[in-house]
Design a protein around this ligand. Structure first.
Ligand SMILES: [Fe+2]
Ligand SMILES: [Fe+2]
Length: 163
């Protein structure tokens, strides 16, 4: 078991995810530049997909609803949810894709660009408004850490056999 990481508040926790996934995209691009084997690229791509799926669900279940209620900007939160839905479509595509497919690298890189844009929007708008709204961002951490662990375990479980 790894040591639990102490997060300042909910935003700190979410931004740590953003940084971790950004590093994975950088790793992926490095593999592409090096002409690495498809299996190696796929391994990183699947890690990205898993990390983003857990992160998005955590935001949607705990952080976004609290922020939506506190900031009163439904348009902003609706846009973020739409971007999550678009990312999930790409994630599902990547998870099903043959890494030998000539569009594989480009699809992962497209997801990377979309996530860059989404993260920027979270940092510059959602996180900022959440801070100004004086939400109990620190108080949200234990529930988020707990839920994240559950989601990670679920995501790591072997895919269920089709009936
Ligand atoms: Fe998000
Ligand atoms: Fe996020």
């Amino acid at each position: 078991m790894s040591q639990p990481i102490a997060y300042e508040d909910a935003i700190d926790l979410l931004d740590a995810d953003h940084k971790a996934v950004k590093q994975l995209f950088i790793d992926f691009n490095g593999l592409c530049e090096d002409g690495a084997p498809a299996a190696d690229k796929q391994a990183v791509a699947l890690k990205i997909c898993q990390a983003l799926a857990v992160h998005a669900q955590l935001e949607e279940e705990i952080f976004y609803p609290a922020v939506r209620q506190a900031i009163g900007d439904d348009a902003l939160m609706d846009e973020a949810m739409l971007e999550h839905a678009q990312a999930k479509d790409l994630i599902a595509q990547i998870q099903e894709m043959d890494p030998q497919d000539e569009t594989f690298d480009g699809t992962v890189q497209e997801l990377g660009k979309d996530i860059d844009h989404h993260v920027l929007e979270e940092r510059e708008q959602i996180f900022l408004k959440a801070r100004l709204a004086r939400l109990d961002l620190r108080g949200m951490v234990p529930a988020m850490v707990k839920r994240k662990e559950q989601l990670k375990k679920k995501a790591a479980a072997p895919a269920k056999v089709a009936a």
